[in-house]
Design a protein around this ligand. Structure first.
Ligand code: TMP
Length: 217
């Protein structure tokens, strides 16, 4: 699809991906790349409503398969409205989470398995794959502590984004392991950065990978 470049960021909550995405966006802009930054779930008006439903801890009794379907509904909308048009226009699309998150969280965390996720990906996303995925895998325990601390602070005005952070360590361990499985399976697309190095050092590593891949466009 298109002539652009589709770049996704993945990792556990608290893995530092939002910070790294912001730094990479600034670096790309300094190189005069035409970029679009988006996230999932969310990134469209419909997607923002789906995001609220999915992440608000007041959402109770959401069946795992219903959660899976909502993740893909959000994604299908984002592809139609944001991602596909930007790629057609030759832009670099930076997306905070994509189908690897669904495979890790719903496939791994919720134990629905990879197969159903990959099948839905084909149907709902037309198989659209990122050109490159940066997967941040710092120390497991440190990620979890950061995510919990941050989300306690985020609670405001009766709504929050804490539904996933309430899951226990066993759930997150399954998510983490599924991410590793994806990285081992898809070595060409996924650049896994398993490091607790300083923010700037990780940024430099990401820039190294991105620069190399962009040159191949
Ligand atoms: P965020 O805080 O990085 O935007 O992530 C939102 C939460 O949604 C995060 O806990 C991971 C979860 N999630 C899934 O479970 N499946 C998905 O497909 C996506 C995109 C996110």
């Amino acid at each position: 699809m298109g002539r652009g470049f589709f770049l996704t960021f993945e990792g556990l909550d608290g893995s530092g991906k939002t910070t790294q995405m912001r730094k990479l966006a600034a670096w790309l802009e300094a190189r005069s790349e035409q970029i679009i930054v988006t996230r999932q779930p969310g990134g469209t008006r419909i997607g923002d409503r789906i995001r609220q439903l999915l992440l608000d801890s007041r959402t109770e009794n959401l069946a795992a398969r219903a959660e899976l379907g909502l993740m893909f509904s959000d994604r299908a909308q984002a592809i139609a409205e944001v991602i596909a048009p930007a790629l057609e226009a030759g832009r670099v699309v930076l997306c905070d989470r994509y189908t690897d998150s669904t495979e890790a969280y719903q496939g791994g965390g919720r134990e629905l398995g990879s197969e159903v996720v990959l099948k839905l990906h084909d149907v709902m996303c037309g198989g659209l794959q990122p050109d490159l995925t940066i997967l941040l895998l710092p120390d497991f325990a440190a990620s979890l502590t950061r995510a919990r601390r941050r989300n306690d602070r985020m609670t405001k005005g009766g709504t929050d984004e804490n539904r996933f952070e309430r899951e226990d360590e066993v759930f997150y361990r399954r998510v983490y392991e599924k991410y590793r499985e994806i990285a081992a399976r898809d070595v060409l697309r996924v650049a896994a950065i398993e490091s607790d190095a300083a923010i700037d050092e990780i940024h430099q590593r990401i820039v190294g990978v991105v620069e190399e891949r962009l040159a191949l466009r």
